[in-house]
Design a binder for this molecule. Sequence first.
Ligand code: ASP
Length: 587
Amino acid sequence: MLRTHTNGELRIEHAGTEVTLCGWVQRSRDKGGMIWVDLRDRYGVTQLMLEEGKSSAEALALARGLGREFVVEAKGVVVERLSKNDKMPTGDIEIKVKELRVLNPAKLPPFLIEDETDGGDDIRMKYRYLDLRRNPIRESLQLRHHVGREVRNYLDKQDFIEVETPVLIKSTPEGARDFVVPSRMNPGEFYALPQSPQTFKQLLMVSGFDRYYQIVKCFRDEDLRADRQPEFTQIDCEMSFVEQEDILNMFEGLIRHLFQNVKGLDIGQVPRMTYADAMKYYGSDKPDIRFDMKFVELKGEGVDLTSGKDFQVFDAANTVVGICVKGAAEYTRKQIDELTDFVRRPQIGAKGLIYARVQADGVVKSSVDKFYSEADLATWAAAFNAEPGDLILVLSGDGDKVRKQLNELRLDMGTRMGLRDPNNYTVHWVVDFPLLEYGEEEDRWFAMHHPFTSPKPEDIPLMLAGEFGKVRANAYDLVVNGVEVGGGSIRIFQKDLQSKMFEVLGFTPEEAQAQFGFLLDAFEYGAPPHGGLAFGFDRLCSLFGGTDSIRDYIAFPKNNAGRDVMIDSPSPLAQAQLDELKIKTTV
Ligand code: ASP
């Protein structure tokens, strides 16, 4: 190695040692007779010192010519610093440089390579290799490495084996669009990139690999948000001879292991909530339960505290539902207007917002005082268990639609009230998802998870009777701080039931055979009962890191338009390439 030590390594006990360090110039200060240079590498920063009369004239001249990010090698002796810096691990020492060598000069970087940079997103992505020199991003990738190692440690101890599955495959329906790759050898035909290795891991179960995992790239062509990337990584797992309970226990164990070993946190038992309760109390299948604010219905199944008072809006709605925000009765008119604007945004779509405050004297004042007496409002407050100082916010409308709107308001209020601390973790399962959901536009049923998910055995008669909306699945999601970090299911392993499922999803027997014949065939050769799940690895890392964006945890991510602006991809193909692939483009 060119160096004897890293830049994060030297301490006072090394004083007097001859060392050679290599790294990048973080900054240099020329105070006339003395020059200081901060030398950085992955491990830290060490201060170099050159002194007129003591360092060679050549070294001094070189030091004076150093710019940010020059790559240098410095030879010298470790000495105790006169003015120590207790913010730096190496802050007690500096290197009295004897020889300096510039290994490579550098152009001035387009943004500051510091923890707080002046570079915007685009420029940082274009020069991602420079961005990766910054501590926060480097630390994110180190965290990712740590999480991956702990995943492997845990699963290895549990006898899982990692098996790679192909990337050039055929469509796997996970609910997104496929990325496709043309086949030169089979003109006019295309591979699909896996949205997940779902069918392959099931085939591995048929093969007898009863505990499989893979940290694997998946590809989904969908519109991007901060927490989505067209290519992302899953911790993909499958087990044979299991029931839902076994899967939940095994992977609760994995999550507990990760929290313990990555964050030093004991998360204890992982509670479970049914999908039905999640929707009823939080209007979301991934509720953020770091804070309470559970939904309370003023009008719904078995309750009606609003009808018959001439308030048309509530009378016309089948559901009137609200949340109680502790200690928010002080909200001003302006703040309430902001909330009203918020729920009226087209993405949310509520018509309006009704509020009621519980005053210090216990009297409830509301925006609908005209219709509801003090006594009526007192019954509302009682339903919410509201106390003086609380603010009740109410939406009305149509069942699940209004619950989803209220979910947005609840999350917003949670944020406003400072109840969503990223370093306070809640982990829970949501179980008993519906097997199928109805697509109004397409006028057909869709698999809520994917077509290989099994109905609960006790609900199979409902499925056979055509009551598709009532069938529950043996499917589960793991939710951390309101983010779905994983999900899976117990699978169908009988050919007949799988064929029935394809039929419900609108496949003709021929289509099912053409697309999934390999799986249906495999089920005839001794398929064991099996099930599994997959965790979003990038997302899990971002949660451990306490940030929303998964991009920081991916070395070379894509932007919101699906572009890699550094390598400038996607890009057009040369005509010769297109000809070879027998492809004509229409743009
Ligand atoms: N393949 C599923 C997914 O990507 C996970 C699973 O069912 O194991 O969401």
